[in-house]
Design a protein around this ligand. Structure first.
Ligand code: NAD
Length: 484
């Protein structure tokens, strides 16, 4: 089966911070793969803009090296690399000053889609968007792309949104949460809304609870300065975990269109009950053997910033009242794993009383490390010897079902950048969604700050602090293992 690729319109994409880590590691390799897939028209142009003084040729070399670093050799034939770097241009520009803007303006074409990707620190979002507007580079149809962190709390997110909106209409602002670009996350919507099977069961009557886990094995090494001002709630829950929660819990939108989908997600966030500290567990990893502790990597030796959090959330609406959504995310955990587990209720009456341990059906939507969907079913253990039950997974791992096509699952950034060019905001966060999510996480953080407790220590390589296990035990439930 060969995937059908429809080329996008010709475009000028300006990447502010075009020499930075995100641009080299994600944005440009993603564009390269889209070019290989036949989706980028020959007239497309990508213009790096950054403070570095370098020629167009030097920039092309820098990006050639990035492709060599981030794309396997077998996947980058020289003619493709040459064709791609031929589309690149560069402008030396200071976001805070006057240098470079006129040159950039002179390079932009009138007749093509114009997009500005702000791959720079958030303190530059306002100055760049203002300069684009005041200096006449932004048109009514041009697009601006921004990445997390989209604020630090509700007040700063409101301020950032206000600044962006003085220069761009909401319909021009693309706020990236790369989790929304993941194939499995979009598949969650296909699974729910393109199959008649699940939706009748998708509610508090049939679902016992939902677990959303984003576990990392890395610590904060090298990022301690940034991370210590942020923590797991701001860095992961406010954006990625809440987006996953919204897509799991939202009502069916009337159409798969930007505002129809985003309206439904917003309703979920607004229906979330405030969370008390008793329904949260904060953790911070300690040292173990040669592995340094969280505190070894940050400046403040008394930092109370959490490297782990678990939250018991409830959604007060007809569909979900009484069904907990347990969220957890952390660093230095046992495995790198991201998944949503929808755990169904047990059968109302068992006709197999000798089977002691009952585990309901579960639908596992795995985002990392390998993307796929598994339905956990109970069947008879084969063979003679009476009726024994066993669990088997009905596996919808893409690699098996879709063959070659699945091995080419595009990176989230590939999908999202092409959606910017297409002008499709469905998989991007709207400003009011971001603000509502901050309002919910702010009350968690404010309550922690008010009670002044320290995060619980946990050992690297585990599932987090003991109390995180207790958070489910007290409800008679348990977390799925963090293992791959
Ligand atoms: P980086 O420090 O590697 O790159 C920053 C870029 O900004 C450089 O190209 C630099 O030249 C440019 N720059 C800095 N000051 C400038 C100025 N005054 N004028 C013009 N250009 C200037 O940072 P990064 O890791 O690429 O991250 C960029 C943004 O993306 C940050 O906001 C970060 O939080 C966010 N982000 C990064 C990642 C990632 O994986 N790196 C992931 C998600 C979000």
């Amino acid at each position: 089966m060969v995937a059908r690729v429809i080329p996008v319109e010709p475009f000028d994409l300006v990447i502010f911070g075009g020499t930075g880590d995100l641009a080299r590691r994600k944005i440009l390799p993603s564009l390269f793969r889209r070019m290989q897939a036949g989706q980028m028209p020959k007239e497309a142009r990508v213009i790096g803009a950054a403070r570095a003084k370098m020629s167009r040729k030097a920039y092309q070399t820098l990006i050639r090296e990035a492709l060599e670093e981030f794309i396997p050799e077998a996947d980058r034939p020289e003619e493709d690399v040459a064709a791609f770097t031929g589309l690149l241009d560069f402008v030396t520009l200071d976001a805070m000053g006057d240098a470079g803007w006129e040159e950039l303006s002179g390079k932009l074409r009138q007749e093509v889609v114009r997009a500005f990707y702000l791959s720079v620190g958030p303190s530059l979002f306002a100055p760049i968007s203002k300069a684009l507007s005041v200096r006449g580079l932004a048109t009514n149809s041009s697009r601006i792309v921004v990445e997390k962190p989209l604020g630090h709390d509700l007040a700063s997110a409101e301020e950032l949104n206000a600044q962006l909106r003085t220069c761009f209409a909401e319909g021009q602002i693309y706020r990236i949460d790369h989790y929304l670009g993941k194939e499995t996350v979009q598949n969650l919507m296909a699974l729910r809304f393109a199959n008649a099977l699940f939706e009748p069961l998708w509610n508090a009557y049939h679902i016992d609870h939902v677990q959303i886990t984003v576990a990392e094995t890395i610590g904060v090494e090298g990022r301690g300065g940034y991370y210590d001002k942020s923590g797991a709630v701001r860095d992961m829950v406010q954006n990625h975990l809440m987006q996953l929660l919204c897509l799991t819990a939202m009502e069916p939108p009337s159409r798969f269109e930007p505002d129809a989908v985003r309206d439904e997600k917003l309703k979920v966030i607004r229906a979330l009950d405030p969370v008390t500290p008793a329904d949260t567990v904060r953790g911070q990893y300690r040292a173990q053997g040669d592995i340094g502790s969280y505190l070894d990597h940050v400046e403040n030796p008394n930092s109370r910033t959490e490297s782990f959090v678990a939250i018991r959330a409830e959604i007060s609406n007809w569909r979900w009242a009484g069904t907990p959504f347990y969220l957890r995310t952390g660093k230095k955990l046992r495995a790198r794993l991201s998944e949503i587990a929808i755990v169904f209720k047990d059968v109302p009456h068992s006709i197999f009383p000798e089977v002691e341990e009952k585990r309901g059906n579960a639908l596992i939507i795995r985002l990392q490390p390998d993307e796929g969907i598994t339905l956990r079913m109970t069947i008879k253990d084969p063979g003679p010897g009476g009726m024994r039950l066993t669990e088997v997974p009905l596996d919808m791992t893409f690699a098996e079902a879709l063959g070659d096509q699945a091995s080419n699952v595009p990176d989230a950034y590939e999908r999202l950048i092409m959606d910017v060019i297409r002008g499709n905001q469905t998989l991007f966060m709207r400003g009011d969604e971001v603000e509502a999510a901050w309002a919910w996480t702010d009350q968690i953080i404010d309550a922690w700050e008010a009670n002044g407790a320290r995060p619980q220590p946990y050992d690297p390589g585990t599932s987090g602090p003991e109390d995180a296990l207790a958070l489910l035990h007290r409800d008679g439930r348990r977390w799925r293992e963090i293992e791959i």
